[in-house]
Design a protein around this ligand. Structure first.
Ligand SMILES: *Cc1c(COP(=O)(O)O)cnc(C)c1O
Length: 481
């Protein structure tokens, strides 16, 4: 056990100047337990792979590992990611980056008391749900509106309020799963409503709905098949046809839109996603959509529609568990206000990324390319750096078959592409890029204004770290991974 005798003891560790400096900043017991964990890990490694390491080397390594552990805690785990994927609404990257106006609203309200639930005129208790209602009514043409935690919650609340213990009719072509965890049949079950499937995967007619209607029927439900398309011989009852069937039988129709477009994107070629206004105009009684998909706001579920149904949802006990906080209301208010202007596509980052011209993207990719050439062009690992045309995506389950013509920079490396991609993900901020045909591909569409400079710097650091990893002096057993 000779190889274990050089492991520093707690006293030696805590006396190390860098550890002493750490204790001056954060709780001492936290540093002590980090030190214990690091020493235990080191012991285990040395027992598994015996080797004799000088005491000074061991101490420096222990200190480094303690600092890494503590900094992981103090810097937190949620961090900035530079999105070089070209996927505008990347669910793993938190969907929509917020608009300036949303930030201003949060900034102005987060640190103070607000009239969240106070009617300032009467001095009496008010409702948090009244804050966004007028804005949403104005923007969608609906009679009433309500905002909850996310769209899954909106659908759950709608179904529970309108159909618990009764039947809901849905086309088999719309029993979708979205985002991995949102499945219409499962949400239906959780809401207490009974699912009645009609039609087939590829064909459902209005008559199928009419035939399935019984005294137990409470609702006709339509889900926008956000993330897939059935092509070929297909027929789906349109929303208008469902509304007609519902009217005939005296039943309401609920439309789960998913993305919820408030601003018509068809002039930019994005025609497939229906607007909220169109659903309301088609006669849907209740329409639900996300706040953080194509709307470009914070995570939220927005419900608009007939006042009687929205009022009933406001009285549902479940709402208390699904309610939004003041930060969400502030961010959503800030985002929705931009839709009152003539050109929201210039103010909401998601809309801007979707409507930016090809020329502008090409110019940005030229700039990024020359910055990268300057920063890493002569690095021995780099084979080539060039501007390329590529295909971007809307993401977030919207426009599944629609690709956006984009531009970016392709970097070919001699080797170690996977390692380079990992080091880029591990840098601060992290950079997420695509890997395609053995190259790193960075799309400029999803880069924010300040990102262009950052990207070159991040690649430079990464190649430097790659060199360090290769010739790191630390013995194998002491390496973190
Ligand atoms: C995305 C989506 C949902 C879930 O919305 P969240 O805001 O992620 O909860 C539900 N229905 C449809 C059709 C969707 O596209």
């Amino acid at each position: 056990m000779d190889h274990l005798k050089n492991i520093p003891n707690m006293d030696e560790i805590l006396k190390h100047p860098e550890v002493a400096a750490l204790i001056a900043q954060v709780r001492r017991d936290m540093v002590v337990s980090a030190a214990r964990a690091v020493v235990a890990q080191l012991r285990a490694q040395l027992i598994k792979r015996p080797q004799t390491i000088p005491k000074t080397v061991m101490l420096e390594e222990v200190v480094k590992l303690i600092k890494t552990r503590i900094s992981a805690l103090t810097t937190g785990t949620l961090q900035e990611v530079v999105n070089g994927t070209g996927v505008v609404l990347h669910t793993n990257l938190g969907r929509a980056p917020l608009a300036e106006s949303a930030l201003e609203e949060i900034q102005g309200l987060a640190a103070c008391y607000t009239n969240l639930e106070l009617d300032l005129q009467s001095g009496e208790r008010g409702s948090r749900y009244r804050h966004l209602e007028e804005l949403l009514i104005t923007l969608t043409g609906a009679e009433a509106a309500l905002v909850v935690n996310n769209n899954a919650a909106a659908v759950l609340l709608g179904l529970n309020t309108m159909a618990a213990g009764r039947e809901v009719i849905v086309s088999r072509g719309q029993l979708v799963e979205i985002g991995g965890a949102f499945r219409i049949p499962e949400v239906m079950k959780a809401s207490g409503a009974r699912l009645v499937e009609v039609g087939t995967t590829n064909k459902t007619y209005p008559g199928d709905f009419l035939e399935a209607i019984r005294p137990e029927t409470a609702l006709l439900f339509s889900a926008h098949t956000s993330n897939y398309r059935i092509v070929g011989f297909t027929r789906e009852a349109t929303l208008a046809e469902m509304v007609q069937a519902g009217r005939q039988a005296g039943l309401p129709v609920m439309h789960d839109l998913g993305s919820g477009v408030l601003f018509d994107l068809s002039p930019w070629g994005l025609k497939e996603e229906p607007t909220v206004q169109a659903s309301i105009n088609a006669g849907a009684d209740v329409v639900t959509f996300s706040g953080d998909k194509l709307l470009g706001g914070p995570q939220a579920g927005i419900i608009v529609g007939k006042k009687t149904y929205i009022d009933a949802m406001k009285k549902n006990q479940l709402l208390r568990a699904l309610r939004v906080d003041k930060l969400t209301i502030a961010a959503l208010e800030g985002t929705l206000k931009t839709y009152l202007t003539a050109e929201p596509q210039l103010l909401v980052p998601v809309l801007r990324m979707l409507t930016v011209s090809a020329e502008e993207l090409e110019q940005s990719s030229f700039r990024l390319c020359s910055q990268l050439q300057e920063a890493i062009g002569d690095h021995p690992q780099v084979v080539s750096i060039m501007t390329v045309a590529l295909e971007d995506r809307v993401g977030g389950g919207a426009y599944p078959i629609h690709s956006l013509p984009g531009f970016g920079v392709e970097i070919a490396f001699k080797s170690r592409l996977e390692t380079i991609a990992r080091l880029l993900r591990e840098s601060r901020p992290a950079l997420l890029a695509r890997i395609q045909d053995n190259c790193l591909l960075i799309s400029v569409r999803t880069l924010r204004a300040g990102d262009l400079q950052q990207v070159a710097g991040l690649l430079q650091q990464t190649l430097h770290r790659l060199g360090m990893e290769d010739k790191t002096g630390a013995p194998e057993g002491l390496k973190e991974r």
